[in-house]
Write a new protein. Structure first.
Length: 91
């Protein structure tokens, strides 16, 4: 199955493995070989929706997602690219 990039509209999202790193409450979580999707044209990246669901099942809902709940619709059915990608650190 192929997905068109929602950012550039030109490239295709391709599956690859990444390192999932995230601050979850007071803990810092790192998961190697985490499934993700990257655009072959612009580099747009999103984590895999099914893998994110498994992380949330183990760790519980993310505080940021609870704060944003209801503000944006879920864009997918749990297969393929999710709606969240790697976050950039801001200091």
């Amino acid at each position: 199955m192929t997905y068109t990039c929602p950012a550039c509209g030109y490239g295709r999202l391709r599956a690859f493995r990444s390192v999932y790193t995230r601050r979850w409450g007071d803990a810092f979580v790192t998961v190697p070989n985490f499934p993700a999707w990257r655009c072959d044209h612009c580099g747009y990246t999103r984590y895999d929706a099914a893998a994110l669901a498994q992380i949330e099942l183990v760790l519980g809902p993310d505080e940021d997602d609870l704060a944003e709940q209801g503000t944006r619709p879920r864009m997918n059915d749990g297969n393929g690219p999710g709606e969240r990608g790697p976050r950039r650190w801001s200091f």
